[in-house]
Design a protein around this ligand. Structure first.
Ligand SMILES: Cc1ncc(COP(=O)(O)O)c(C=O)c1O
Length: 406
């Protein structure tokens, strides 16, 4: 069975050697973006050094770019566990892809139609739907989360979906408080009402195995810079729907297939980095079988590591720190902890930690609705994220600093 060798993983990530004033940086800002291994850096650099060309040329360098594109699609298919007829589409980032999807999906909506969004989502899976509804005169329905258990209210989801629901936009996991959502259950509820479900897996992707086939969602979006890759977004979904929809595209670009959604020239070098990032995750597995199976084994080990660090972190916190998130079942959350230190603003705490070469995020991290529900819109919370390269020693360092500041 695979278990993580954190030291071996860390040796692959040059940024983890970064120092500030002679102290090695402890990176707890993974939910904002992960660092990348040598293999990702090398693949991007190798592509650029060999010379890249645009698609469609009669020469080898052009075919190299096409191959990089197809190879990345196959890698993301494995990462997402797509159905055989799903497409993988790349784009600038998740937000841009979701605006393109929401604009196309809403083209036929009108007054009386409904879209469902949640208070647990990052704004990248809320604002595109609010805008689409406003443009078409459609109605927005909200699903809250419980501010004491931090779980999303799926009963409320079942209440608000109905015959007029067109789309349910839902997160796989909260980038603010770490709650994992039962996407399979949400898909069943959505499909029973005859609607389409769009899942934001940006935060979930470095922490758990995405499984489009098993969860049966219609569309799913993620961003490679959160799972050890470069800055590029990916979306997968039912090819039948993607074919039917009217994408905003330039005339010469393909009328069918994923290319219809990929506006402008893609970052081929970043695509090589995406493949390397997926291969990096798969490489954590000791099992020697298909990439998808290795990814499953790797994520099981990543989750074990997350639970161990989470338990260490929660047990060691000073009393004056409040955790906003699930603490009774660490399998129901990612290792992303939103905290508050009594008497200290989030920015001040983040600055104090930064002075100790400990990087954390503060504010709302675009989880606008989460902060409003928690009554923390002003200043937000400090967010601490663990990834597979986070060590027990780093968590101890963080706890020591919190005790000192408490
Ligand atoms: C949960 C979640 N969704 C969406 C996004 C937006 O992703 P992108 O930066 O690729 O647009 C983020 C970014 O932080 C996120 O954490």
């Amino acid at each position: 069975m695979t278990a993580l060798n954190t030291a071996a993983i860390r040796a692959q990530f040059p940024a983890l050697r970064r120092e500030e004033n002679g102290t090695t940086v402890a990176w707890f800002d993974g939910p904002g973006g992960s660092q990348v291994p040598h293999s990702v850096i090398d693949s991007i650099s190798a592509f650029l050094q060999r010379g890249g060309s645009n698609h469609g040329g009669a020469f080898a360098a052009s075919r190299d770019s096409e191959l990089a594109h197809e190879t990345a699609r196959a890698a993301v298919s494995d990462l997402f566990g797509t159905r055989h007829d799903d497409y993988v589409v790349f784009g600038m980032n998740m937000t841009s892809l979701n605006f393109a999807l929401s604009r196309a999906l809403s083209a036929t909506w009108g007054p009386g139609d409904e879209v469902v969004v949640t208070r647990l989502d990052h704004d990248a899976n809320v604002a595109p739907w609010l805008r689409a509804a406003a443009d078409r005169g459609a109605t927005v329905r909200w699903v809250p989360f419980d501010t004491t258990t931090y779980r999303l209210d799926l009963e409320k989801l079942a209440d608000v979906v109905g015959p007029r629901t067109k789309v349910v936009a839902i997160t796989h996991a909260s980038n603010a408080i770490g709650t994992i959502v039962d996407v399979a259950a949400a898909s069943r509820i959505t499909h029973d009402a005859g609607a389409i479900i769009v899942v934001d897996a940006v935060h979930y992707a470095p922490h758990g195995l995405i499984d489009i086939a098993a969860t049966n969602c219609d569309f799913l979006l993620a961003s490679a810079y959160k799972f050890f890759g470069p800055h590029i977004g990916a979306m997968a979904g039912r090819s039948g729907l993607l074919e039917q929809l009217d994408a905003y595209k330039v005339r010469p670009s393909p009328a069918t297939g994923p290319g219809k959604w990929e506006t402008g020239t893609q970052s081929f070098e970043a695509l090589t980095g995406v493949t390397a990032a997926v291969d990096h995750i798969a490489s954590l597995a000791v099992e020697d079988n298909s990439r998808r199976n290795r990814l499953a084994a790797a994520y099981a080990a990543i989750q074990d590591h997350a639970i161990e660090l989470g338990a260490q972190f929660l047990a060691g916190l000073p009393d004056s720190v409040t955790v906003f998130g699930i603490s009774d079942d660490l399998t129901a959350r990612t290792p992303t902890y939103a905290i508050e230190l009594e008497g200290m603003s989030a920015r001040r705490l983040a600055t104090e930690l930064a002075d100790r070469a400990i990087y954390v995020t503060d504010g709302d991290y675009y989880a606008v609705e989460v902060m409003q529900a928690l009554d923390r819109s002003e200043g937000g919370l400090v967010r601490i994220g663990f990834l597979h390269y986070t060590t027990e020693d780093e968590v101890d360092r963080l706890l020591e600093a919190l005790h000192e500041l408490a």
